[in-house]
Each structure stands twice: as structure tokens, then as C-alpha cells.
Design a protein around this ligand. Sequence first.
Ligand code: URP
Ligand code: ZN
Ligand code: ZN
Length: 459
Amino acid sequence: MGSLLIKNGEIVSPLDTVGQDVFIKDGTIAAIGQNLDISAERVIDAAGHYVLPGGIDVHTHFAMPFMGEVSADDFESGTAAAIAGGTTSILDYIVPAKEQSLLEALSIWKEKAKNAVSDYGFHMAITWYSEQVSEEMAVCVREEGIPSFKAFLAYKGAIMVDDAELVSILKRSRELGALIMAHCENGEIVAELQEKLFSEGKVEPKYHALSRPSYAEGESAFRLATLARALGVPAYFVHMSCAESTKVLIEARAQGLDVIGETCPQYLLLDDSVYERPGFQGAAYVMSPPIRPQGHADALWGAIRAGQIQVVGTDHCPFNLENQKELGRNDFRKIPNGAAGIEDRLKLMYTYGVKTGKITINQMVEVCSTNPARIFGMYPRKGIVAVGADADLVIWQPEGDGVISAKTHRHNVDTSIFEGFATTGGPATVVAGGKVRYEDGKLDVEPGAGRFIRRSLTR
Ligand code: URP
Ligand code: ZN
Ligand code: ZN
């Protein structure tokens, strides 16, 4: 597979930033040290650059059938965009329909993932519960390398589970040692408010946000934390968007509960004024939870800084404004929920987190790579620049101006929720599995080169 020597870079881990060389052989980091004197097929001088472990995005939805449409990035385009943004591994959600066998859905997702260009793994969503689901959960954990399950506490009438089902899922996860993740929004409140607003003739995209208030997320997060406490299981809050769920998370952690929080750049960087954009443009921002009013992002940033939120993912789930989001032009309830972000995540966290002094570059690496690897059973193969780890790394240039735009992004979607956002720095070179996959703004990827990440239990 070849060898590569990266010289003079500053290697970043959650704990420190150290000037050392990295020698890569046959896809693995074989040596790290100062002034390594090893001959290699290729030498890259990374002077003036950081060397980061490849980003890990543990929240993606590639080619996902959802709300009558299929998300616009498949595993090939989605993982290619990921690599261009410095993300070298992803975990995608398998979402079985109600009554569908988990293993049947797994085989569909395995097929879809065959053209991935980066390494990938899966979480399994549990959208219904039965004896069969219980048995198949065991197969996921013990035979398929999928030790994490997601429950949706929203999307009533579609993939939402009720409290009785949630209790069964939590108990089964406890038996299996798996991690339960949940989409926390109270689906009953949302359904009620949607109905009310729509019956009043309020059909525009902004009513999506008004039908999903932050207190509905707070209630649901508190319910999950309370059940996790009663049953003695760990729990992971996906895509946290607001102060209420952040408070629940911090209080639960203070009480010693094993709870973990994830947020995404859109909740850190946007506010609900996006829904006031003219015409139907607000539909691009229709996602769940919705973008919150000003102030909520401060709570999220504070929790990241304090180590209370451990993961920044993307919830990458794009739908085109044309032909897809348009389904809900006359009814906000029908706008497919989701947006893109996988190519932008690291640049946004660097520009608006590190460069503004909200977090350090070490914290950026921690929440975007090391913690995801640890929490989801991929560490130390992933998430750290260390001898023996997979050679997934990013040579990061600390300066240089850019602008995010749908005209230039690699996401397979016609809009960017970060359109016009200025960025500083970014990946100069991305190495995945020991090969240079992105350099000088150009991708060199192969469909199918991505390997399945068989994950182990972490709890
Ligand atoms: O709007 C979103 N978040 N779409 C993807 C599905 C989910 O809830 O994560
Ligand atoms: Zn969700
Ligand atoms: Zn999601």
C-alpha cells in the first residue's frame, strides 16, 4: 500500500499539540517522533500546519428514505464530501420502517454503503418493538458490530416510539451492553401544535419551528434521562439544539448519570431568523429539532467548552429545495426534514470555535474525532494520531480565507444552510487509510474503498 512520511507538523490530540513527524506504512501509523529518519515513498512537509486525527461524523443519513423522499447524498457523494472536509469516518443510521426486520434493513444499508469512499459504520434505529426486534438487536451487537441504537421520540405516526417501547429498548440495550441514542422532542406536543397551526392556515416553513418549541425538546430529554436513571442505562442525546436539553444533560451528569450529549454546527451558528427568509427559502432550514432563537447557541457552546457536550456531529441529511422540499410548499408538515453539513463541519468549528477563542483546537479534535471514536467503540483505531492507529489524518492549514456556498460545495444538494459563511483555514491534505485522498483542493477517491468499521462495546 506504500509509505508516507509527514514531517514538521504539529500533532493535535485532546491533551496536547506536539511538533513531531508521522510515518505511515500500509495504511497504519507506524512511527511518530522528532526528526524521523525513515525513507518513504512520499514525504510531505507539514511545517506551519496542524496534523489532526481524521474527523469522525457519527450522525449521517445517506440515501435515507424519509418523509416521501430519499436524502440527496448517497454513500459515495456523502463520504466524498466528508473527505474534502477532513472527515475520514462516518456512522450512518439504518432506519427500518415500522414492522420491518432490523436485519432486512441492515442488508439494504450494506448494499447502499458499498460505494462509500471513506470508512463507515452503522447505528440501528429501533422504530418498533417486538420479540423479533429484541432478538435482532442481539445480532446487531454480537455479530454485526453495531452496538448503538437510536430511538425517535418524535415523528408521531411514522418512526416515533412510545414510552412503553422506549422502556423495552432501554432494558434490552442494558442486557446487551449497547448504547441508546435518542432524538429528543416530545412527538405528542409537536403533533398537537402542527395540527393547530395548520388548521389556522399557517402553512409556511416558519411554522415548522413554531410547532417544535424548545420546551418539547427539554421535556423529552428529561424523560429520557429519568428513564435512564430508573433503569440504570447510559443514554446519548443526539442533535441537541437548545438550552433546555443542555440543562437536563448537565444536571443528569452532575447526578452521576452516564449521559452523553451531541450537537451540530447548525445549532451553534444559526438562529431562527432563517425562517423569515423570503418566499420558500426558509424550507432549506427545516430540520428537526429546528434552528432555535438567539441565546440557545450560547448554552451549547458553553457546554462544549466545559466538556458537558462531548460530540459535534452534523445530522447530514440533505434534501433539494427543488423537487424535494417543495413537497411542503403549501404545508410545512410535508417538507422533508434535514440539511447538509458534513463537508463544512471542521471548517466551521475551527473558524467559529477555535479562531474566536470559544474552544481550543484540542477541544475541536476531542469533540469532532477522539470522543466520537471512544464513545462508539472505534478507539484507538480511530480518533487519535498514535502508533498502531489507522492512518486517517488531516494536514490542516491554520490560515487562508474561504466562503461556503452551494455553488462550490461537494454536497449533492442545491442549497447550503451556511451559504456565504466565511471560513478560515481548512484541510490542505487528507489521508484516509494511508492514502492521500484530498490535496490542493482536489479529491482522489475510489467508490468502494471505504471499509466497514466493526465496532466493539464500550460500556
Ligand atoms: O431533520 C432531521 N434531523 N432529519 C434527519 C432525521 C433525524 O431526526 O435525525
Ligand atoms: Zn433525529
Ligand atoms: Zn439525524
